[in-house]
Design a binder for this molecule. Structure first.
Ligand code: BES
Ligand code: ZN
Length: 638
């Protein structure tokens, strides 16, 4: 049953804003979005590979939601703005000084004080400082034939691509009209070839690629990629896009699971709302595992591990089609609503396809990631809370496994508290009430309490729940009781290695290939993570023996090799320094890069720094900035 709770109907919505609220609830935007709301964006842009910039004009249709404010204030970051027009006439505008980390506020005067809707036509170009784009030379791509470019806007980088209300609390529909000499993908549905005559300034072979996004989306889901991209089908409503040479491998990796994932998610929530679900596999410098850009999930090539063992990333990004892309956190302070829900759905999808023990197996891996994040920040750190305070902060700095895994643990706790059957009736309700909207954690709580208000048992359980502890207490949540059937063997093997490591030579057990016979790569991941937590690092010679015996040192699965390298770095085993440096030159996914640099720095500070200097142009600007902070501290700019 889908009921709209009374408390929620009164809440401010994008199109009926409660004018008594003047404080925007997102502290990471400089836009006055309580006065004006972006409703539709038309991006007429050209991809200029030569100049490494995206330029053109962006038309923002704005709706006035509060009288009396004759200025539209937008987010921008390192943009080159040359003109703003309203109704064909030049408008008055001003770019304020930069305010780190949020960029420069763009103020535009609206001449007609009574107009309800106004269209701002802004001529804009990105600059070299743009943090949302990476430009690759032909030599940096796999076939080395063509240049490549892609965007990554989450969390607050859309403002460095075009002026906008760069907050997840505002949603708009989009039209993309993109000119490029190479194939283009965007976060909309392709609308077919358009008649187009290249102009004088266009590079040879330039075509117009058009896309429409009919679902209102927040700015962080704006996405573009252009390069030598080919595509193949991976299901009835899905295709894979990647470099022509990688197409066959990438198709094999995903064609078995994608449609199954979509159907599993649909039976947990409700039908898929975005028509097609496609995956673009990017070059290796893509800084994340995946990014849930609508219609086209962007993914790291490290998921193409030739063993179909990393397709959980696709289940995750697909799950965002409901959690995040339809129902969105209203600010990055409530990021757990995006990621905790997505991890929850991702694991429900896995359970639906492979059985319940898989959900617990994945949750155990998640708990380790949570422990690592809490250890990195410290148990009392603000960023280990479910709801974080981001006033004056850069949301990228708060990024960790905490919102993912503490968020998941909270939802799992609610499932157990209410019982799965009851909880499952709430899932479609929640995703219906907030479809196309953004919310905070308090609205989540109100909706849940309201939904079960007629059920005295459930209601009592929810009233008795210590919400404040869940929301605001830093550090670990209570650890759920997971079924360990799939990890027991991994832990048992780790214990044998521990014994081998601590006793001189009194133990008779010797490692052998059959120790891991029949294991999945992810079971080896669990084993290696257990080894990482041993109180005494392994002896370097045991690291070498493990790498050779279990073939970890030569594996094609980066999840495996990187964890093996971490084990070696913790042991100061020189044999892994070379492979670590090699990996850092091949992969730019931050999940791997940052821990490897931290580990390498502990072993050999100079080696870590020279390795970074050599590879920094290969990394995405976000990754480069993060590693720079990790290696050199906050002080070193640029
Ligand atoms: N939306 C995130 C990636 C992201 C988060 C980019 C915050 C920028 C800022 C994406 O859905 C994600 O969580 N990716 C994970 C995948 C994993 C949890 C399966 C990743 O990149 O590792
Ligand atoms: Zn995610």
């Amino acid at each position: 049953m889908h009921r709209a709770p009374a408390a929620i109907l009164k809440r401010p919505l994008a199109d009926s804003v409660d004018t008594s609220i003047h404080q925007p609830r997102d502290p990471n935007t400089l836009a006055n979005y309580n006065a004006w709301r972006m409703r539709h964006v038309t991006a007429n842009l050209e991809v200029d590979f030569e100049g490494k910039r995206v330029a053109g004009e962006v038309v923002l249709r704005m709706r006035r939601v509060e009288r009396g404010d004759a200025t539209v204030k937008l987010d921008t970051s390192f943009l080159d703005i040359s003109e703003v027009k309203i109704a064909g006439k030049k408008a008055n505008w001003e770019l304020e000084d930069r305010m780190e980390p949020y960029g420069s506020q763009l103020s535009i005067e609206v001449p007609d004080n009574d107009a309800e809707d106004v269209e701002l036509d802004i001529t804009v170009s990105t600059t070299k400082e743009c943090t949302a784009l990476q430009w690759l030379e032909p030599a940096q791509t796999s076939n080395k034939k063509q240049p490549y470019m892609f965007s990554q806007c989450q969390a607050i980088h859309a403002r460095s691509l075009f002026p906008c209300q760069d907050t997840p609390d505002v949603k708009a529909t989009y039209d993309f009209n993109i000119r490029s000499p190479l194939p283009v993908l965007a976060s909309g549905l392709p609308t077919g070839a358009k008649d187009f005559q290249p102009g004088k300034g266009d590079a040879p072979g330039t075509l117009l690629y058009t896309f429409h996004q009919p679902n209102p989306i927040p700015s962080y889901l704006f996405a573009l990629a252009s390069g030598d991209i080919a595509s193949a089908s991976i299901g009835p409503r899905s295709c894979i896009c990647t470099g022509p040479e990688e197409l066959v491998g990438a198709k094999w990796e995903l064609e078995d699971s994608t449609e199954k994932f979509i159907q599993a998610a649909e039976s947990i929530v409700y039908p898929y709302a975005w028509t097609t679900y496609n995956v673009l596999v990017l070059p290796p410098s893509f800084p994340y595992g995946g990014m849930e850009n609508p219609i086209f999930t962007f993914a790291t090539p490290t998921i193409i591990s030739r063993d179909r063992e990393n397709v959980d990333v696709i289940a995750h990004e697909l799950a965002h089609s409901w959690s995040g892309n339809l129902v969105t956190n209203c600010s990055w302070e409530h990021f757990w609503l995006n990621e905790g829900w997505t991890v929850y759905l991702e694991r429900r999808i896995q359970a639906a396809i492979h059985g319940e023990p898989h959900r617990d197996f994945s949750s155990i891996i998640g708990w380790k990631a949570l422990s690592d994040s809490i250890a990195n920040f410290g148990e009392d750190h603000e960023f280990t809370k479910l709801i974080v305070d981001l006033k004056g902060k850069d949301p990228d700095d708060a990024f960790s496994s905490v919102p993912y895994e503490k968020g998941f643990t909270f939802l799992y706790h609610l499932e157990k508290l209410l019982g799965k059957e009851k909880w499952d009736t709430f899932i479609p309700h929640y995703f219906t009430v907030f479809k196309h909207k953004s919310l905070d954690s308090y609205e989540f709580k109100a909706t849940l309490l309201d939904f079960f208000s007629g059920d005295s048992t459930a209601s009592k359980a929810l009233q008795d729940l210590d919400w404040d502890t869940w929301f605001y207490k830093p550090g670990f949540p209570p650890k759920p009781d997971y079924d360990t059937s799939m990890v027991d063997a991994c832990y048992a093997l780790a214990e044998k290695w521990e014994a081998l490591n601590t006793s001189e030579s009194s133990i008779s057990w010797r490692p052998s290939r059959i120790d891991i016979l029949g294991w999945s790569a992810n079971q080896s991941v669990v084993f290696l993570e257990k080894i990482q937590t041993l109180s005494k690092p392994l002896k370097p010679e045991l690291v070498d023996e493990m790498g050779g015996m279990y073939k970890y040192s030569t594996s094609e699965n980066v999840e495996l090799v990187s964890r093996y390298c971490i084990v070696g770095l913790k042991a100061k085993a020189q044999s892994v320094y070379g492979p670590t440096v090699d990996l850092l030159g091949r992969v730019g996914r931050m999940k791997f890069v940052r821990p490897l640099y931290r580990g390498l720095k502990e072993c050999d500070d100079k080696l870590a720094k020279t390795c970074f200097e050599r590879n920094k142009d290969f990394y995405h600007p976000i990754c480069r900035g993060m590693v720079e902070k990790d290696l050199f501290g906050e002080g070193r700019g640029g």
